[in-house]
Design a protein around this ligand. Structure first.
Ligand SMILES: [Zn+2]
Length: 465
């Protein structure tokens, strides 16, 4: 029997890694990093021998889906990697950025330990740039959306657009076993039909078995149009009052969505006499990659790209790559929008701008992404009046806005609608969700699809499909 064993993103949302064996061919679907409270699990050995894995299939290039790939390679994986070309390109910049952060954290800790003579006790970073180089030397197959790819005599793969971030996919695996035709789908992360930058979510056709993410299986998102209207209102009000808007943003997808909205505001003359700074080297690289894949963009941007227009660039936009350029933003006293990482304010250049701007009541900060508990971003939206930025206390006098409708994940109704398009579905396995959300999603699924069994996957549980 074909077997699935989850080695991550089972009863939690990070570390996505699912082992699948069909007719002695061993595959992994994603090999992501554990984040937040599960971070220490990245150090653990894999629950399988990396050298025995034949294929690594990547759904998309978020770090919780690709972040342990160089560790997999370091520990012996020599197989073939299959992903869309956009996923593979984004994976490179994301992994290089992760290695840089590991290295910086290691150097800081090393100096601290050295002062007390304990530097030998320090663990080396999870991987370094050499391991990433080795990863990108491996055989890679470009998956093309909706084109079946024959992996072996009895296994065929089809990648379809998951509408989540550029290049994101859900993967259908059709196989023959004991003269029976079977299929299984791994959802990766599911977006929704209407996206501001990329093409929307596609539907699957037929499968008996589905492993589906459940991140927002318990809730319905705020309407996108209402979120856009609120976003524009805050920007206009702050700029009209000669203030400065700070937007902590994730480098992938959210930054590009913010850029197309700002460009639209300039085009419609909703915004004038104002500078926009994209102050994040990673977000600048990601935006360049988005420009390289016009065919993956939605109809509006595809057609403007076909006329030679870059959907993300406009006259007022300045891309500040190096620190020297970034420091010149300090000289801007009014009417500016600064987009900087990290998205949850746990590091990056946004901290520098907080130090310089948050004390001023004319300014505003707009949170456009989910802020996990324990992060500085969460502290600010929870209403703290004083934050500590790199050892310095800063008053929070700027107006704080949280706009939640930009999620790259589908909500409960999007997921149910997507699932309802599969014919012959017998079994749904829930992965990639927090326990309480999965329980709620399981109850809803059992009500909506009475004949389909639903099971919440446990880590390292053997599932026969
Ligand atoms: Zn994702």
């Amino acid at each position: 029997m074909a077997t699935v064993i989850s080695h991550g993103a089972a009863e939690n949302v990070t570390g996505s890694c699912h082992f699948l064996e069909i007719n002695n061919i061993k595959m992994l679907i994603d090999c992501g990093m554990f984040q937040g409270s599960h971070e220490e699990k990245n150090e653990e050995r894999f629950g399988f021998n990396p050298a025995e894995i034949d294929y690594l299939l990547l759904t998309h290039a978020h770090i919780d889906h690709i972040g342990r790939v160089p560790k997999l390679v370091k520990e012996g994986f020599k197989g073939t990697i299959v992903s869309t070309s956009a996923t593979w390109d984004i994976a490179y910049i994301m992994l290089m950025d992760a290695a840089k952060i590991f290295n910086e954290e290691y150097r800081t800790l090393y100096r601290k330990k050295q002062r007390v003579g304990e530097e030998d006790s320090l663990k080396k970073p999870l991987y370094d740039e050499d391991d990433i180089y080795d990863t990108f030397q491996l055989n890679h197959i470009n998956a093309i959306y909706n084109e079946a790819f024959v992996l072996s005599d009895d296994i065929t793969l089809t990648f379809k657009d998951a509408g989540h971030i550029l290049g994101s996919s859900f993967i259908q695996i059709d196989f023959q076993e004991n003269n029976l035709s079977k299929s299984v789908v791994f959802s990766g992360d599911i977006g929704n039909i209407r996206r501001l930058v990329i093409d929307g979510l596609q539907y699957g056709k037929q499968t008996q078995t589905l492993f589906v993410e459940s991140t927002y299986g318990d809730r319905v998102h705020r309407d996108l149009d209402a979120s856009i209207a609120e976003f524009k209102e805050v920007i206009k009000d702050t700029i009209e009052d000669d203030g400065i808007v700070l937007i902590p943003s994730f480098a992938l997808e959210r930054t590009q969505e913010i850029l197309v909205l700002l460009k639209e505001m300039f085009d419609n003359k909703e915004l004038e006499h104002c500078k926009v700074f994209l102050d994040s080297p990673l977000a600048i690289k990601a935006t360049e990659l988005y420009s390289n894949y016009p065919l993956f963009l939605n109809e509006k941007h595809k057609s403007s790209a076909s006329m030679g227009e870059n959907p993300f660039l406009f006259d007022a936009l300045r891309l500040t790559r190096d620190i020297r350029e970034s420091m010149t933003i300090n000289d801007v006293k009014k009417r500016a929008i600064i987009i900087a990482g990290s998205g949850m304010c746990t590091g990056g250049r946004i901290l520098h701008h907080f130090k310089h701007r948050l004390w001023d009541k004319n300014n505003a900060v707009i949170f456009v992404g989910f802020q996990v508990e324990g992060t500085l971003g969460r502290e600010i939206i929870d209403g703290t009046k004083m934050i500590n930025v790199r050892g310095e206390n800063v008053m929070v006098n700027a107006k704080v806005h949280t706009i939640n409708g930009f999620s790259a994940h589908g909500d409960r109704e999007d997921l149910i609608d997507w699932i309802s398009h599969f014919k012959d579905l017998e079994m749904i396995y829930l992965i990639h969700g927090e326990c309480d959300k999965m329980d709620a999603f399981k109850t809803t699924l059992k009500e909506r699809f009475e004949s389909i069994k639903v099971h919440i996957v446990k880590e390292r549980e053997h599932i026969y499909i």
